[in-house]
Design a binder for this molecule. Structure first.
Ligand code: 3UK
Length: 507
């Protein structure tokens, strides 16, 4: 038996008569199910022409426009493995991942080319760069490449359990790891969380603040809507409160997906005091970090719509523990999604009783196969039927689960991982900083942001040092990771062998 995810997600919709229905609207261009079928067949032909074979990787560094699903699903149709990358990474991070996955083709949005200029040409496996946009800047232009191709393409006879796409997950230690996801996994998330929690329907219009390169955004904007023949509005810009309110009112989505920081920012924005959330909205979903209870309550009372908090991960592809529309308790992650089983274990691997904190393990139909080229990390995370999340949880007497923090020191800011080590490393590259330790600190909303403790080099105290350090970190590792608060201290707590004891700095 062969199985290709694109047959189920896309071709089925055309076969069932939805060929003329809009599947993606990126506010500039629209694509129908029929056009997407045609374009993905052309991508299949193009990849064959460029010499790309089944199982080889192609990277996507693309904004959320209609070109993303064309490239992503086109590759899967051909049995070629797309690897979408976080578009906010630095040149160095792009270089590492492109090299690690050995991408032979890079699909890139024109606007993102500048960051990649120094990277392209230094990667031995990268043979072709295909640019989505008006000007290909000397590379191949996606629209020209596709215009040359025929609409006839035989979908690769892949297996349900072969890797279909990879997503990179950043861990607490070391470099990002490529999670290999299987052909059957997209359908698995659609039939569990998509169908049984969200209850996604054919007449839904979806809008996600999380981009397609995140596992969260991929399910929100592509898998779930396509699983029922619905429509998605794609947004290629930064999801500010203003823009999100504008999109909600212009497109009237029925499902809106975000992360806690965005919901909080939308509630707090002074200029958006009187803004409404669109008349068609029936449900919102939140993931990436825990949704503070107050944000859920305030959202519900202002807009009359609930937010479903649920926890997912790159390793498990989508949400496995969630609140449900008729079963919400703010401040908790709800219950296991139908189709998933969870266990809470202590350090010895034994189950913990209700009310005690344990590490969350999940038995999931959508678990990745492992990390690329990382055997010991794979074995540690993907343990037979069970996947370790690295999250600490407690099960309450009512069967709901409450998040208690990460097993390691990682934490999330605006739904994106921050490793204290990475921020510290960036801080100490500044000439004024001798040592640094970073811990999460809750802002007035209850959302985590980095706080830094720094030991300065003597004589380096200057007037605008705090602002200079923040700017420095932004430049080094990306705009969301900089420390919102900085304390100057004389020394840092350390273990005998010199490791910083971050837990002593946490509240
Ligand atoms: C944390 C949460 C508390 C948790 C994701 C939905 O976030 C996603 O994937 P990542 O690999 O991070 C996974 C980790 O993030 N987390 C996520 N959601 C929650 N903590 N409450 C939550 N609701 O530590 C988890 O292990 O970036 C989210 C769907 C797919 C995803 N990949």
């Amino acid at each position: 038996m062969t199985y290709n995810a694109v047959t189920w997600l896309l071709d089925r919709n055309v076969d069932e008569g939805r060929g003329g229905k809009v599947v993606f609207d990126d506010t500039v261009s629209k694509l129908t199910y029929g056009e997407l079928q045609q374009q993905t067949r052309r991508v299949g032909n193009m990849l064959r022409r460029l010499g790309v074979r089944r199982e080889e990787r192609v990277a996507l560094i693309m904004l959320d426009t209609v070109d993303f699903p064309v490239a992503f699903l086109g590759a899967i149709r051909a049995g070629v493995v797309p690897v979408p990358l976080n578009t906010l990474l630095t040149s160095e991070q792009f270089s590492y991942i492109l090299g690690d996955c050995r991408a032979r083709v890079l699909f890139v949005s024109e606007a993102l080319l500048p960051v990649l200029n120094d990277v392209i040409g230094r990667l031995p496996d990268l043979e072709h760069v295909v640019v989505a946009g008006q000007d290909a800047h000397g590379h191949r232009k996606l629209s020209d490449e596709l215009a040359r191709e025929s609409d006839a393409f035989t979908t690769a006879p892949t297996h349900a359990e072969e890797p279909a796409f990879w997503l990179y997950s950043s861990g607490s230690t070391g470099m990002p790891k490529g999670v290999r996801h299987l052909q059957a996994s997209l359908q698995a998330t659609a039939e569990t969380y998509g169908k049984q929690v969200l209850d996604v329907r054919e007449n839904d219009v979806c809008l996600s603040a999380a981009k397609l390169f995140f596992a969260y955004g991929l399910g929100n904007s592509l898998t779930f809507p396509m699983s029922v023949g619905a429509t998605t509005v794609l947004n290629s810009s930064r999801p500010t409160p203003e823009l999100m309110f504008a999109l909600l009112n212009k497109y009237n989505p029925t499902i809106f997906y975000g992360a806690p920081t965005l919901f909080a920012a939308m509630l707090n924005d002074e200029a958006m005091r009187g803004a409404r959330a669109g008349t068609g909205l029936r449900i919102c979903a939140s993931a990436g970090e825990a949704l503070p209870e107050s944000v859920g309550n305030n959202w519900k009372s202002r807009f009359g719509v609930d937010i479903l908090d649920g926890i997912g991960s790159t390793e498990l592809l989508h949400i496995f523990l969630s609140n449900a529309p008729d079963d919400i308790k703010y401040g908790t992650s709800g219950r296991p999604v139908p189709g998933y089983k969870v266990r809470l274990v202590n350090d010895a691997g034994g189950e913990v009783p209700d009310g005690e904190i344990g590490e969350l393990l999940v038995e999931a139909p959508s678990a990745g196969e492992g990390y690329w080229n990382q055997r010991s990390k794979s074995r540690n995370t993907f343990q037979g039927n069970w996947t370790r999340t690295g999250d600490k949880y407690v099960r309450n007497a009512d069967g709901r689960y409450t998040f208690c923090g990460r097993a390691d020191d990682m934490f999330k800011v605006s739904g994106i991982w921050v490793s204290p080590f990475e921020v510290e490393s960036a801080l100490i590259t500044h000439p004024a900083v001798l040592e640094a330790a970073v811990v999460p600190e809750a802002d007035p909303e209850g959302l985590l942001k980095p706080k830094a403790f720094v030991v300065l080099r003597t004589g380096c105290e200057t007037d605008n040092l705090y602002e200079a350090l923040k700017e420095h970190v932004k430049q080094k590792i990306g705009p969301w990771k900089y420390p919102r608060w900085i304390d100057v201290v004389d020394d840092l707590p350390k273990t005998a062998n010199g490791k910083i004891q971050r837990y002593k700095l946490r509240h």
